[in-house]
Design a protein around this ligand. Structure first.
Ligand code: ZN
Length: 249
């Protein structure tokens, strides 16, 4: 539906006049909780990465060492790809954040391409001066392991000034993700759901507060059944939205 905003504002002003009240804060304006905020979203991998191995495997500098441009990501036993999961959650998340007034910067806008490389993804979000950012993934862990993990940056120079902020955001993500999605924290990665990582471009090169979330383990049957469902993907986005609002408040 597309009622022009000017009409809505005029109607509100008229109502306020009739009631003898000052005009209300505009609907959709400065009152939105994320108005003026910039959020970076990196949906890990890309749906066609498998078509160009020489590009995907070429080495980039991740701030500490060489790392492959990207990988294809993992998939469930039934062949549901991580790239698709990541993109779906990112799409729901972007919509939720925009509805709250945020400007969203995505590192890819479809699931039908190759790349960009992980260092470029970090640069896209850094250059946008995002107030906070999240890299969305699902893990390819041991088949008997369950749960989600939050990967956090380790100080290496460029990211020094966002370590504490990223840790604080990570706490918000863990609380909301567990409560909203029902996914338990990982029983094989990190401690209480937190895993510091110093070998990922997305965390080494970040100059904005950022975490990477492994939303569950695609190689575990119980987690996989959740990860492929649209309702879980929407809840994952809602959990991240609430964590971002918590963090930026
Ligand atoms: Zn991944």
């Amino acid at each position: 539906m597309a009622v022009p905003r000017s009409l809505v504002l005029a109607a509100l002003a008229a109502l306020a006049l009739l009631a003898g009240l000052p005009a209300a804060t505009p609907v959709g304006g400065a009152a939105l909780p994320l108005a003026g905020r910039v959020v970076g979203i990196d949906p890990g991998h890309n749906g066609d990465n498998y078509t160009d191995p020489s590009y995907i495997n070429h080495l980039i500098w991740n701030g500490r060492e060489n790392e492959a441009c990207d990988t294809t990501g993992t998939e469930t036993d039934s062949g549901y790809t991580e790239a698709r999961f990541n993109f779906n959650v990112a799409t729901y998340l972007a919509a939720d954040l925009r509805a709250l007034g945020a400007r969203v910067v995505l590192t890819r806008t479809s699931n039908g391409g190759v790349g960009p490389c992980v260092n470029t993804r970090a640069q896209i979000i850094d250059r946008a001066h995002a107030n906070v950012a999240v890299d969305i993934h699902a893990d390819g862990g041991p088949a008997d392991g369950r749960g989600f993990a939050v990967l956090e940056p380790v100080a290496d120079g460029p990211n020094d000034h966002v370590i504490a902020a990223s840790r604080a955001f990570g706490r918000d993500v863990i609380g909301r993700f567990r409560a909203v999605t029902g996914m338990p924290v990982s029983d094989y990665d990190g401690t209480d759901g937190v895993a510091p990582r110093d070998n990922l471009a997305g965390l080494n090169l970040t100059t904005v507060p950022k975490i990477l979330i492994e939303c569950g383990n695609m190689r575990n049957a119980t987690d996989a059944a959740l990860l492929v469902s649209g309702s879980f993907q929407r809840r994952a986005a809602q959990a991240l939205t609430q964590a971002i609002v918590d963090y930026l408040r």
